[in-house]
Design a protein around this ligand. Sequence first.
Ligand code: B12
Length: 210
Amino acid sequence: MNPLVEAIVDMREEDAVRTAAEMLDKGADPLQVLDACHEAMAVVGQRFEEGTYFLPELLLAGEMLRQISDKVKPRLQPQASAQKKLGRVVIGTVKGDVHDIGKDIVTFMLDANGFEVRDLGVDVPPPKFVEAIRDFQPQVVGLSGFLTLAFDSMKETVEAIKAAGLRDGVKIMVGGGQVNDKIQEYAGADAYGKDAVAGVSLAKKWVGAK
Ligand code: B12
């Protein structure tokens, strides 16, 4: 197992953060560090499901990831100049779900690639998305969710956007933990993005940027 994956899985907080910092200092691709975090989180999640890890381990894993992503973010090179905004994106973690580490990485990457992003936070009820679309007029809406119950919230959110007459004006992407193409279809969204890079590619495609 990669030493970073191992340190996270074994709940060695200091080792994990130090190993990530060393990888970055040695010139590792920041996305490779995030991939290792993803791999580790999958194991942590699995152990939680099996009943060998409990909520404190989930919390500590979340905390390690937060510290590592704070180190990764400054290494992700801005791809577009800050002045020339490609378009606007409204993003949030849907109702009932408070997982935000993945969403924050997507938000950061969109921003670094020249998008203006309004992040609505976590546990966002559908009317709040509707209000933000009216106010901010984004071309793209991003719905994040890590819980199975988020699938219904995503669907409700898309329906609320439709009921408000705003569906034709926005492209909607979904992502997070267990979301996939089937959930995208179930929710009535336009696309599923497996990671932050995919989210940026979708948003760029939709605003007609390269
Ligand atoms: C850390 C964690 C927590 C932390 C969250 C901290 C935080 N601030 O986010 C805490 C401890 C708070 C937590 C709480 C809970 N959790 Co939790 N958690 C996790 C864990 C271990 C990691 C999640 C994570 O942050 N991953 C890291 C990021 C970087 O993930 P990523 O997938 O690589 O992110 C990328 C993509 O998903 C994508 N992406 C994300 N969003 C979007 C959006 C768009 C638009 C696009 C395009 C892309 C995109 O881009 C990201 C960056 O590249 C997962 C296990 C797992 N395998 O995911 C369980 C997991 C998600 N949690 C789970 C559960 C059950 C819970 C609790 C219900 C536990 C409890 N009994 O209280 C609560 C739920 C609280 C709530 N109402 O939301 C379950 C969900 C099971 C289910 N079927 O619903 C999981 C799967 C664990 C498991 N296997 O059982 N959790």
